[in-house]
Each structure stands twice: as C-alpha cells, then as structure tokens.
Design a protein around this ligand. Structure first.
Ligand SMILES: C[S@@+](CC[C@H](N)C(=O)[O-])C[C@H]1O[C@@H](n2cnc3c(N)ncnc32)[C@H](O)[C@@H]1O
Length: 251
C-alpha cells in the first residue's frame, strides 16, 4: 500500500531509469544543506540528490522505490514523513526532494522534518502557481490543473520549515538529466514515449482518454510542424525558469 497520493509500488518500477539526478540541481541542493555532516533524506525514492560526501539516513515507504536504490547508497528505512522514527535534533540537516506533495498529512510531515533537524530543512518542489509558464499547459490543461491541486502553496511550506526561510527559483537546464515534466521543455518528442510519462506521476491524475488526447494532439502538431511554428524558440532556450523551487528553512 502506497503512503503517498501515487502508488509507486504499482507504477514506479522504472522510475530510476528516467528520474536521475541532474548535477546542476544537485549542486544547489547540496549547497543549501551547508556543511551538515549528517543528513536525513525523507521520501528518498531511488536516491536522487542524496549527497555522497556526508553520513545519510534515508526514509522511503515504497518497497519498489527502495529496491531501485543503487548499492552505493544506504538502505532506506521503511517509514513515512508523518512519523519519523528518530529523536529530536538527531540530524544536522534534513532534505525532501519532489515528495512533499505526496504526503498524506503535510503539516505533520513538515513538523517532523523540523523536529529531527538541528540545522537546515531543504525542500525541492514545484510552485503550482507557476505551472502554466510551460507550453505543455496548452496541450494538457487537465494535467496542469491536477498538478496545481497537488502542490502545496510555497508560503505554507516556507512557514512550516523554519523561522527564517528562503525560496529560490531553480533554473531547469536545457539538457536536464532528471525526467520531471518541465525537464523536457526543449524536447517535446519525449512526451510521446510512454516510459517517460510513466516516470511522471502527474499523468496518473488524468484519465487515459485525456492522456491519449494530449499525446495524439502533440504527435500531430510535431509531425505537421505546427508545434515548431509556435514554440520553436523553446528548443534553443538554454534554461527554463518554470515552477521548480528550492526552499531552505532554518530553526
Ligand atoms: C517523486 S518521488 C521522489 C523521490 C526522490 N526524492 C527524488 O527526488 O527522486 C516521491 C517519493 O515520495 C515517497 N513518499 C510518498 N509519500 C510519502 C510519505 N508520506 N512519507 C515519505 N515519503 C513518501 C514516494 O514513495 C516516492 O518515493
């Protein structure tokens, strides 16, 4: 049984093939962690963005995701953000990347993160209010609407993770290695690949008919040249300031 709003045990078996950490995004996350020698990674999944130069403890409730962690990473503890099995202030820092929108009890999970970390709590997430900057909104309005409903408001997250919090827009590089939807802003053909879509939980929140309609419309516009008539400049844009956000909260 999944602990989030998306069943990774049923649908996440190919996640690690498409969702690999992007080194430029990783470096922003690692800087936000400061010099913390011990780090808790919550909703750790297959281990994306986990630092390799510190002592890490990972928490991940999905067996399918735990099984995809490479042998070089620590084995993840089977637990949830809402009930972290650790003492107060037991880590120098805590991180949660692309996971808070899936938690059943967000307020509880955030307060648990703050409770167990002595130093920074770092969250990588998406800003629902910025999702329509992406051209995909014109092809998949249902998907953007579903995503907007899922992502918690940024000020709410910022308030919960510290007295002093910062929020930064994370630029998405044109050749982003990670496979979240906006990562393919310059590679529209990628959305025609069912393996790419399967590693993006957003598609699980719209009907198969809506997915089919979106993919068929995009396929047709790519073949006819209509997509390029409207969006050609996106193919060469070196980075995209979309909805990706990095939050850092200090106690
Ligand atoms: C999109 S994946 C992100 C994984 C990884 N952090 C990354 O950046 O690739 C979201 C993860 O959050 C986990 N998750 C869902 N609900 C959770 C909860 N309540 N507590 C902790 N993790 C949860 C899922 O099982 C999944 O592995």
């Amino acid at each position: 049984m999944s602990s989030g709003d998306f069943d990774y045990d049923a649908h996440g078996h190919d996640y690690a093939t498409i969702r690999r950490p992007d080194p430029r995004i990783a470096s922003l996350i690692h800087s936000a962690l400061g010099d913390a020698p011990t780090v808790l990674n919550v909703g750790a999944g297959a281990g994306s963005y986990e630092p390799s130069d510190r002592h890490v403890v990972a928490v991940e409730p999905s067996a399918a995701m735990r099984a995809q962690r490479p042998p070089s990473l620590v084995t993840a503890v089977n637990a949830t953000a809402e009930q972290l099995p650790f003492d107060d202030n037991s880590f120098d820092a805590a991180m949660a990347t692309v996971t808070v929108h899936q938690w059943r009890d967000l307020a509880r999970g955030l307060s648990e993160l703050r409770r167990v970390a002595r130093g920074p709590v770092v969250i990588l997430t998406f800003d629902g209010d910025a999702l329509d900057r992406f051209w995909l909104a014109a092809y998949a309005p249902e998907l953007i609407a579903a995503e907007r409903r899922r992502y918690p408001a940024i000020p709410l997250l910022a308030d919960a993770i510290g007295r002093s919090s910062s929020v930064a827009e994370v630029p998405i590089p044109i050749d982003c290695v990670d496979g979240f939807t906006e990562a393919f802003y310059a590679r529209p053909e990628s959305f025609l690949d069912p393996r790419v879509r399967a590693a993006q939980s957003a598609w699980g929140f719209i009907t198969p008919e809506a997915t089919q309609r979106t993919v068929a419309g995009l396929r047709q516009d790519l073949a006819s040249g209509r997509w390029d008539e409207t969006y050609a400049s996106w193919r060469a844009q070196p980075q995209f300031n979309g909805s990706l956000r990095l939050l850092t909260g200090l106690p």
